[in-house]
Ligand binder design. Structure first.
Ligand code: FE
Ligand code: CA
Length: 534
């Protein structure tokens, strides 16, 4: 959104994969793991709550992070913890009172990852809720609800999910997260800007990033996540619904691209910062360790989720692998900026990529193979072309897909050629609702619509000036709706024959008790790409 360290010891202790039974699985706990059975916690070690995520038909990842002092400023004692790995216990039940336990065992809070726990659970039944909690000594976490997905290929008549982006803690409260939890979604997709690294010195703020500094190191990124996770509405949402996750720029730094900083930092130095940021993301998110455990500045988040015969979701990483911003040049063109075709031919260079050629290949082959009736591509930034004006000449923003039009054309052409069934793109970043037809050629009125895009507004981050973009809409007939003045999320009700899209807005993001309402409802009919107002 336009806003005008490396160390690794892969100390994998993969004991207790919950493979076996419901018995206490004290299989050969490594000697270094301390068990806290006799440990008297002076403060709640589960202050950051619990989360489930990356759901599969037979399981999910359960997350917590031990943090009796969640905002500890001592970098040597993250969350108030010290010493080696800590063993804790977990329980999984088929009821919310935790009476019918189907699995219990031990999990490791890893020192190397801020005493976070990523428990990858398998062997469960598809398409049903489970409840879980963590235990250590006398301490018990909140009870969270996880959900397995319908078995691949099984018949699914309907499902509900939501997606969210851009929750700047300083710009507002997270009532939108609470209202989404209350809609009982089967899962929630986080599209990025889950935290904001910077401290806002310009706009009005309702609460402050507690340390008062821009996050740029592992301890400062950790503290940012910890502060967000202390928010009761966000904690509630994570405890209530599984997460599917990707990131955008503010998990690291505004408008970064691969190793290129908006502020022209030395790329190798910037990679050290990115490594710290990615590690903190890993430490706080219910992602699968086998896929996402970071390796220095590299961390895989792109992934695919199959829900019966109804839906396949491709979750994309739009930051880690992208080409440097087009026409990147000091002193002020390091991040997103407007460029005309004449002023910046590089923007349209076919050698440029938004998601990296490996991820492109992965995405295209997955879409081609998908057997699902609906195919959602979940990713960070606006995909539709948005033609603006620079000194009266057509111009395009370089930080979203308009900065990578060749990649966008390759993707949309592939969707068209492979006859991908009901492709829908869901996006964040721009702090605005948009409903867009995605066309093979945006400049040709006769060009076919090949997919539909719905951009969700921010949870709390301020939107761009409404008039600035509203006045560009006549030049962008494929954009059916734009609204930057409201905060909220998007809720989707999906059936084989149609997708219903509700744009949900809070009454006032500065009010922690804000109410919720529906601003607009759209549908997409099966077999007919494009926005239809309900
Ligand atoms: Fe944002
Ligand atoms: Ca962003």
């Amino acid at each position: 959104m336009p806003c005008t360290v490396i160390r690794r010891s892969f100390d994998r202790r993969r004991f207790v994969r919950g493979a076996a039974s419901a018995s206490f699985a004290l299989i050969a706990a490594p000697a270094l793991v301390r068990y806290a059975a006799a440990q008297a916690w002076k403060a709640d070690p589960f202050s950051l709550g619990v989360a489930s995520g990356t759901p599969r038909a037979d399981g999910f990842v359960l997350w917590t992070r031990l943090a009796p002092e969640p905002l500890s400023s001592n970098p040597e004692t993250p969350g108030g913890m010290s010493g080696g790995d800590v063993g804790i216990r977990y329980e999984i039940a088929t009821d919310d009172a935790m009476k019918s336990i189907v699995r219990r065992g031990s999990a490791t809070a890893e020192q190397a990852f801020g005493y976070s726990v990523h428990l990858d659970v398998g062997g469960l039944e598809p398409n049903r809720p489970y409840w879980y909690r963590f235990l250590s000594g006398e301490a018990s976490s909140a009870v969270g609800r996880a959900m397995t997905l319908p078995a691949p290929g099984s018949a699914v008549d309907q499902l509900r999910f939501g997606y969210v982006s851009c929750s700047n803690y300083e710009h507002g409260y997270f009532a939108a997260y609470r209202h989404l939890a209350d809609e009982d979604p089967q899962f929630v997709i986080f599209l990025g800007d889950y935290i904001y690294e910077y401290v806002d010195e310009v706009h009005p703020t309702v609460r402050r990033h507690s340390d008062g500094v821009e996050a740029a190191t592992l301890p400062t990124y950790r503290n940012r996540y910890a502060q967000y996770r202390l928010d009761p509405d966000l904690q509630h949402l994570h405890a209530q619904a599984p997460s599917i996750l990707t990131w955008d720029d503010h998990e690291v730094q505004n408008d970064y691209a691969d190793k290129y900083s908006e502020f022209f930092a030395d790329p190798e130095q910037f990679l050290l910062r990115r490594a710290a940021a990615y590690q903190a993301f890993y430490e706080h998110m219910p992602v699968r360790p086998i896929l996402s455990r970071p390796n220095g500045p590299l961390m895989r988040v792109y992934d695919r989720f199959v829900l019966g015969d109804l839906l396949e979701i491709s979750v994309i990483d739009g930051r880690q692998y992208r080409s440097r911003e087009a026409c990147y040049r000091p002193p002020d063109k390091g991040g997103g900026h407007l460029e005309t075709n004449a002023g910046c031919p590089e923007r349209r260079d076919p050698g440029r990529t938004m998601i990296g050629f490996d991820q492109e290949a992965w995405l295209y082959s997955g879409l081609a193979r998908s057997k699902a009736k609906w195919n959602v591509i979940a990713q960070d930034v606006l995909m539709a072309q948005l033609t603006e004006k620079l000194d009266g000449v057509d111009a395009f923003w370089t930080d979203d897909w308009d900065g990578y039009p060749a990649n966008r054309s390759r993707l949309l052409q592939h969707i068209h050629d492979a006859k991908v069934s009901n492709p829908v793109v869901v996006s964040g970043d721009i702090h605005s609702f948009l409903a867009n037809d995605l066309k093979l050629d945006f400049d040709d009125q006769a060009s076919p619509i090949v997919a539909t895009e719905f951009v969700g507004t921010s949870i709390s981050s301020y939107g761009p000036p409404y008039d600035l973009i509203a006045k560009a809409l006549p030049d962008n007939p494929h954009i059916h709706f734009f609204e930057s003045r409201r905060r909220g999320y998007v809720a989707i009700d999906l059936k084989p024959a149609r997708m219903q899209v509700r744009m949900r807005t809070v009454s006032d993001a500065h009010d922690p008790k804000a109410t919720i309402s529906t601003l607009k409802t759209y549908v997409v009919e099966s077999g007919r790409p494009g926005v239809v107002e309900a």
